[in-house]
Design a protein around this ligand. Structure first.
Ligand code: ADP
Length: 552
């Protein structure tokens, strides 16, 4: 089991638990460098004049995602990507000490962030609220904080005009916004699998993607006046929210990336509703809008994930309960079967022994009688098993009008060997005539066997063991009573005597009375017990008599 699951577990977690091939390392390093460099170039499109620094810097977010997902072994590639960007934009103008400072600080920020995400078991699925907070806090404070410090230091150290405090916070906003823009999409697309049947959401996902693309393009392509384009720019909110509630997280984060990419590109190129207030301010207010969009999308995705895992837990709990229920029913069923079969099997053994004895003695008339009883006991066992199977399959045994006296006879035959062995006298006191009852005969016989057998066992050890079975009609009911002259039932046991598994006998199962009560109640009657004044116990049960006899 464990062995079989190992590869699955490994592929589901970060890849740095295994040694990667050089090809893997080279391809992932190339991917990181290319992406980092490309978004770096893109970030410089938004360079405002005043500071000469980009207001959106998604490159750090890409570094964080790659190192978090694929391990610290990608740090050298990240270092190369940072060098390329510095070289591209400052050429040889940046003193090498500053360049080293920027590289080291960027690597330190990403390392710290990746460590933090792993340390606090961040999940790229965003299916818990804590994942949203972890990305914001760790990405925002550790990664963006350290990287912004590096960026601000790099720019202010050799310039008298720029103040570190002002630059730092512009860099931080740029880093954080870049992170919010690219990290959720990269984390979900690279770090998690699509749901098992993504085609189910294909139509909704495609429609929403198209919707976001069209809305963002129209809003930021200077096709409308600002008065129209500004409210339109908010129309992506409901589309992204719908995706968060309906589609896989990959689609939701993809939509925020598309919306953000178009909005930022448009604004950077001087188009769309935000440009009128000046590039720097416009990008900052657009950043605020996009940050809200990403935050809303992630929070909704996480809330939906939490609700789905709560549902899954509840379903699992119900399954477990149902399984436990089936097991306990199965357990009770087998215990019940063992209990109910015991009697006919004992009788079978007794009659078989008696038959052997009678055969040796050549008492053929008695032998015939014993063999008939043996046959009856075998049939009874088979019938009990059949009824239990029918019960397990949910069938109700067939009921018919039957005379009570007819039910007593096989019970008496069944118990005869035991009565003889225990030296117990069984008296029958049946009204004549007895009304018919509507019953499943074998079930009422089972009840009689249970009660009479308990009564016989209660008189064990007495030389004058005496059990009486009486039946009389009272109105629309037949009242049957089984009495004995045993010790009676101790007062404290009376309240739970009929509970399943309540037994005070060595080797007892404690099921006879509980089964008997269920059977009688299923027939519309009641089963009670009381201690007799003259000593011993009395079990009383009622059965409704057949309808057309009711007025008799
Ligand atoms: P079991 O006979 O396997 O113990 P039952 O459900 O038939 O299970 O009986 C439960 C308990 O009720 C018995 O253990 C016994 O202590 C008590 N009991 C039942 N019938 C009598 C009786 N006639 N006299 C005294 N005690 C009885």
């Amino acid at each position: 089991m464990t062995m079989a699951r190992l590869p699955l577990t490994r592929s589901a977690t970060h890849q740095d638990t295994s040694t990667p091939s050089w090809l893997w390392l080279a391809s992932h390093s190339m991917m990181l460098i290319t992406l980092y460099y490309a978004v770096g170039l893109w970030g410089f499109v938004f360079t405002p004049d005043a500071y000469g620094i980009p207001l959106v810097w998604p490159a750090t977010g890409i570094g964080l995602v790659f190192v978090y997902l694929y391990g610290y072994r990608l740090l050298p590639a990240l270092g190369i990507a940072v060098i390329l960007i510095i070289w591209q934009f400052t050429g040889t103008m940046m003193p090498w000490q500053e360049a080293v400072g920027v590289i080291v600080a960027t690597l330190a920020g990403v390392t710290l962030g990746a460590y933090g995400l792993r340390r606090f078991q961040f999940s790229p699925r965003f299916d818990r609220l804590r994942d949203v907070w972890l990305l914001l806090v760790i990405g925002g404070l550790a990664t963006s904080g350290v990287a912004a410090t590096a960026g601000a230091w790099g720019m202010t150290v050799s310039s008298d005009e720029l103040r570190f405090g002002e630059i730092w916070w512009v860099c931080w906003i740029a880093d954080l916004m870049g992170l919010l823009l690219v990290a959720p999409a990269l984390l979900t697309w690279l770090g998690t699998r699509l749901p098992p049947r993504p085609e189910q959401n294909l139509a909704a996902s495609s429609a929403l993607t198209l919707g976001v693309f069209v809305v963002a393009t129209v809003a930021y392509a200077d096709l409308l006046s600002t008065a129209l384009a500004m409210p339109l720019s908010y129309a992506v909110f409901p589309l992204v929210m719908l995706a968060a509630l309906r589609c896989p997280p990959q689609i939701t984060t993809g939509l925020t990336l598309i919306a953000g990419g178009i909005a930022l590109s448009g604004t950077g190129w001087g188009m769309g509703p935000f440009v009128q207030i000046g590039l720097e301010t416009s990008l900052l207010s657009l950043n605020a809008q996009l940050a809200l969009l990403v935050f809303t999308a992630l929070v909704l995705t996480a809330l939906r994930g939490e609700r789905e895992s709560a549902d899954a837990r509840a379903r699992q709990h119900l399954d477990e309960l149902a399984r436990a229920g089936r097991l306990s029913t199965l357990g009770e069923l087998s215990a019940g079967l063992a209990h109910e079969l015991n009697q006919p099997l004992c009788a079978l053994a007794s009659y078989a022994q008696a038959s052997k004895r009678l055969l040796q003695r050549q008492q053929l008339d008695d032998l015939k009688d014993a063999l008939e009883q043996l046959d009856a006991s075998a049939h009874r066992s088979a019938e009990t098993v059949r009824q239990m199977r029918a019960f397990a399959a949910g069938h109700t045994p067939e009921r018919r009008a039957v005379s009570f006296a007819e039910l007593v006879k096989p019970v008496r035959d069944l118990l005869r060997p035991e009565l003889r062995r225990g030296n117990v006298r069984l008296d029958l006191n049946l009204d004549d005539p007895l009304p018919n009852v509507v019953a499943a005969p074998i079930q009422i016989e089972q009840v009689l066997v249970n009660l009479l057998r308990n009564a016989m066992e209660a008189t064990e050890g007495r030389t004058d063991g005496h059990v009486r079975l009486s039946a009389e009609r009272k109105g629309a009911e037949l009242v049957v009573s089984v009495t004995d002259n045993g010790p009676g039932i101790p007062e404290q046991r009376l309240s739970n005597l009929f509970d399943p598994f309540a037994t005070w006998k060595s080797g007892g199962l404690g099921l006879g009375l509980s089964i008997s009560r269920s059977l009688i109640e299923a027939h519309g009657g009641h089963l009670h017990v009381r201690n007799r004044d003259e000593g011993g116990a009395e079990f009383l049960f009622t059965l409704p008599v057949e309808d057309h006899d009711a007025g008799a």
